[in-house]
Design a protein around this ligand. Structure first.
Ligand code: ATP
Length: 323
């Protein structure tokens, strides 16, 4: 293996830079040329990439985002777009590819691998944690820390004014962020796509838990079946006229920020392992973590299966709710 290309794709996540740094440094130390492609599959189609040096990855481990840039690339969905990408990889004599991204990125990688004989390794980079074949994705832990720091602040003001707050967090298809941050912030309720939201029950819970308390926090995943935080607040309002209801959408701040220790270490280990796997002739697999061990899973399986949070966590919130 003489040359390995790498790219970041889909939504960015904190820790992608740590992964890039680890891949580049591992390659250079093993006398392999690391070839960075800009803006995900779009850069592959447009022919934008460069051989990377140690100096390219100096002082990047602490930054969120991705120095290579990322993109959602429609052209890559079509064979004509992918043919341009394949031409670019061949012209640059790329012998292995590492993609860092989510489900969509892995799907693109699988199709590319079928159309071009090139070994590909996928690293799970998404704040949503919704990738099969790993307990944690790169960026999830940082996003959780960002969310709980915001919810702690909302709690301060909610408590001062006896307010009920509906806080919306990211998670169109999965409730990992909402559920984990609900536990970590001591939220009274959480609404996630994996469970059907029962509005009358939510109203009862708010009434019960609000007795003698100065605030109530309800975390809402953006993909909840009853709608966004604002929709849900409006649905319960007629039954809670005496309550001061507010909502807050945390939005894109959840994607940014300096990566946590856990994300930096995870990304660094996974990046290093990806290069080793390519050197050992592995192909079409994703890397994950189970406990403290790094594991692998076929790309096909990773995109076929759906990752869901442990619903025992919901029960834990229920058990701890003030009765
Ligand atoms: P996120 O967690 O942020 O959603 P993601 O990797 O799932 O990350 P997507 O936008 O779904 O983000 O996918 C990234 C890119 O992968 C797409 O913009 C597209 O270029 C490519 N891709 C996704 N699905 C396919 C597909 N079916 N065929 C070819 N390429 C695809």
């Amino acid at each position: 293996m003489k040359k390995i290309a790498l790219l970041t794709s889909g939504g960015d996540s904190p820790g992608m830079n740590a992964a890039i740094r680890s891949i580049v440094k591992t390659c250079l130390n093993k006398k392999i040329v690391p070839f960075g492609i800009f803006d995900g599959y779009q850069g592959m189609i447009d022919g934008r990439g460069k051989n990377m040096k140690y100096s390219d990855v100096d002082n990047i481990i602490q930054y969120g985002g991705t120095i290579l840039g990322s993109a959602r690339c429609k052209e890559f969905l079509e064979i004509e777009g992918r043919q341009k990408a394949i031409k670019f990889l061949k012209e640059n004599e790329v012998e292995g590819l590492i993609v860092i991204g989510g489900d969509g990125t892995f799907t693109g990688a699988k199709i590319l691998g079928q159309e071009m004989n090139i070994p590909i390794i996928g690293l799970p980079g998404t704040i949503d944690n919704d990738i099969y074949g790993t307990d944690y994705t790169i960026g999830f832990d940082t996003a959780l820390n960002t969310v709980i720091s915001a919810v702690d602040k909302i709690r301060d003001t909610a408590s001062s004014h006896h307010r009920v707050f509906f806080v919306e967090v990211m998670g169109r298809d999965a409730g990992f962020i909402a559920l984990y941050s609900a536990i970590a912030s001591g939220a009274e309720s959480v609404l996630i796509p994996e469970e059907i939201t029962d509005i009358p029950r939510l109203v009862e819970n708010i009434k019960n838990q609000n007795k003698g308390r100065r605030s109530t926090i309800i975390l809402v995943a953006e993909g909840d079946d009853e709608g966004h935080a604002l929709d849900i607040m409006n649905k319960v309002r007629p039954f809670l006229l005496e309550y001061d209801l507010r909502h807050s959408v945390l939005g894109h701040m959840q994607r940014g920020g300096s990566p946590s220790v856990q994300d930096r270490i995870l990304a660094t280990r996974m990046g290093n392992y990806a290069v080793d796997l390519l050197i050992e002739n592995n192909s079409n697999i994703t890397i994950g973590v189970r406990g403290t061990e790094l594991i692998t899973c076929s790309i096909a399986e990773a995109i076929k299966e759906h990752a869901s949070p442990d619903l025992a966590y919901l029960k834990l919130i229920e058990t701890l709710r003030t009765k």
